[in-house]
Design a protein around this ligand. Structure first.
Ligand SMILES: O=C(CO)[C@@H](O)[C@H](O)COP(=O)(O)O
Ligand SMILES: [Fe+2]
Length: 232
């Protein structure tokens, strides 16, 4: 991978990124095919270590398997305590965008630089309870901010509207910064996030728990596109 994929992620916005967190892992490749056929273009992969968050998901072997299966860009959300150690293995496995949590590291500028040196896009994520000012030091060092609209760790949680104010504030301060929102995005919440100026919308259960992924993605897409997209 190289930073060219970052351009394709940036160029895709506004876009819906399905999270496979709550999908049928016994049929992961078929699930990815269904998401692709439903019209999504970028996969969001939630990596959890059971330490930074109280949940465990998957690591490099699954990312590598997905990389062999699909040419969709892989947006990897690292909910792990030690993103630096796992950054290169994740890039070698096929990640195109690596997002670490600001709460997990002492020096986000240094971590962002190390990820960028690997040739991929770098994002920084922030939980709803963390002051937005924690990001100030590193906003010039990242390609994307992932504004969490739930506390990281589990799919299917209720949307926290503080994320809307955060997206609006970041958009007004950084008109060109790529902004992603993650957690509780559904037909009731996606429009407000778009109006606040968000580019990338991670959706887990609102797609995965539907009977028909194509219908779910299409309805979400309509709601997203019919909202006024702020300053971008
Ligand atoms: O990072 C996370 C959870 O920590 C997310 O990516 C969720 O997987 C999104 O799922 P829903 O909230 O849409 O169900
Ligand atoms: Fe996520």
């Amino acid at each position: 991978m190289n930073r060219a994929k970052l351009d394709s992620i940036r160029g895709a916005g506004p876009a819906i990124l399905p999270s496979v967190l709550n999908c049928d892992f016994g049929n992961l490749m078929a699930e990815v095919d269904r998401l692709r056929e439903a019209g999504t273009e970028i996969l969001h992969l939630d990596v959890m270590d059971g330490h930074f968050v109280p949940n465990l998901t998957f690591g490099m072997p699954i990312v590598e398997g997905l990389r062999r299966h699909t040419d969709m860009p892989l947006d990897v959300h690292l909910m792990i305590s030690d993103p630096v150690t796992y950054a290169k293995p994740m890039v070698d496995a096929g990640a195109d965008m690596l997002t670490f949590h600001v709460e997990a590291v002492k020096d986000p500028v240094e971590v962002a630089g190390k990820v960028r040196d690997l040739g991929v896009g770098v994002g920084v994520a922030i939980n709803p309870g963390t002051p937005l000012s924690e990001l100030d030091v590193c906003l010039d060092s990242v390609d994307m901010v992932l504004v969490m609209s739930v506390e990281a760790g589990f799919g299917g949680q209720t949307f926290n509207p503080v994320a809307i104010d955060r997206i609006r504030e970041l958009r007004s301060r950084y008109p060109e910064l790529l902004l992603e929102i993650d957690g509780g995005i559904n037909l009731s919440t996606i429009g407000a996030a778009r109006e606040a100026g968000c580019d990338l919308f991670v959706v887990g259960s609102a797609i995965i728990s539907s009977d028909d992924y194509t219908v779910a993605v299409s309805e979400l897409n309509d709601a997203m596109m019919s909202a006024n997209g702020g300053s971008r």
